[in-house]
Design a protein around this ligand. Sequence first.
Ligand code: PMP
Length: 360
Amino acid sequence: ETPATPVVPLRAAVSALPAYVPGARVAPGGRAWKLSSNENPYPPLPSVIAAIAAAAEETNRYPDMYASELVKALAGEVGVPPEQVVVGNGSVAVLAHVLQAVVEHGDEVVFPWRSFEAYPIAVAVSGGTAVTVPLEHGTGRLDLPAMAAAVTPRTRVVLVCTPNNPTGPVVQADELDTFLAAVPGDVLVVVDEAYLEFVRDPKAPSGVDLLAAHPNVVLLRTLSKAYGLAGLRVGYAVAEPRLAAGIRAVSTPFGVSHVAQRAALASLEPGAKAELLERVDALVEERSRVTAALRGQGWELPESQANFVWFGLGQATMECAAQATAAGVLVRPFAGDGLRVSIGEPAANDAFLAVAASWR
Ligand code: PMP
């Protein structure tokens, strides 16, 4: 008998990883409305495209490793010194770096579920042990008291997603204050604010105030959603300086491309920023219109403060998603649980509203 050819084993945690299923990009029939990835439906501004084109001419050079100019601009936006900002290749990469900086093998990382599907993957890759806490029943809200109760002496990190992807509600400032008071100061609390700019609830927390009061808080933000740069991958963390230095130390060298840095800077120029935030206002209005129309159809929906809505369809999820695809509307199903639909341009939302009516 010939001995079996030896193969390189993968880390056990890597073999067991769930797949990150991206939102559908193309419909079987061709043209479709893409409401599957919480993207901004508006194309980049002409000034941003011009910055990208100019930067493209310099791509034989490495980018500025620490994206100093961009970090300075983002720090100015947030109102902290630049040493408290760390950028990365999308906030999903920044989250991985945050975990790498603090999680030792077997440390517990508490996070809500259902939430952003990258969380279990990032936690497993970091060597941490996932501890999931179910959302409040029926509302799609994070159950912060239950999350606080899940913290043990082995807990190193808690992830708080607000608004929660894929259900949409925000945590309230007072409940987050209570939560932070209950969690030991050596447990890192990552507040993922990917959809921050879409929030209109006056009771939502101010991330920056939280950080000032709690040095164990890290804010996670992105230019993928409100700023419409999903394709260029720019995200950032805001943390106290020592933590920020730790996150920077494990970050991928030159992780944000020169093109991405210049596009992000062009998007933060006052005129461009104002125009982009007007688009966000228009999307928020569309969210209100779509939500009201869906409630008029008889749907009970969580209170979304993000650029998507959630249908807790349970076992009907995949069938409803298939119907939407057949009608030319791409949505994001989570089998057996529910379906998330991004808020897009008005015509896309109208196409989706017709599909939702047909599900009833
Ligand atoms: N956090 C949450 C809650 C998200 O929904 C997303 C995008 N789906 C991200 C982070 C990551 O965004 P990006 O990597 O594009 O910055």
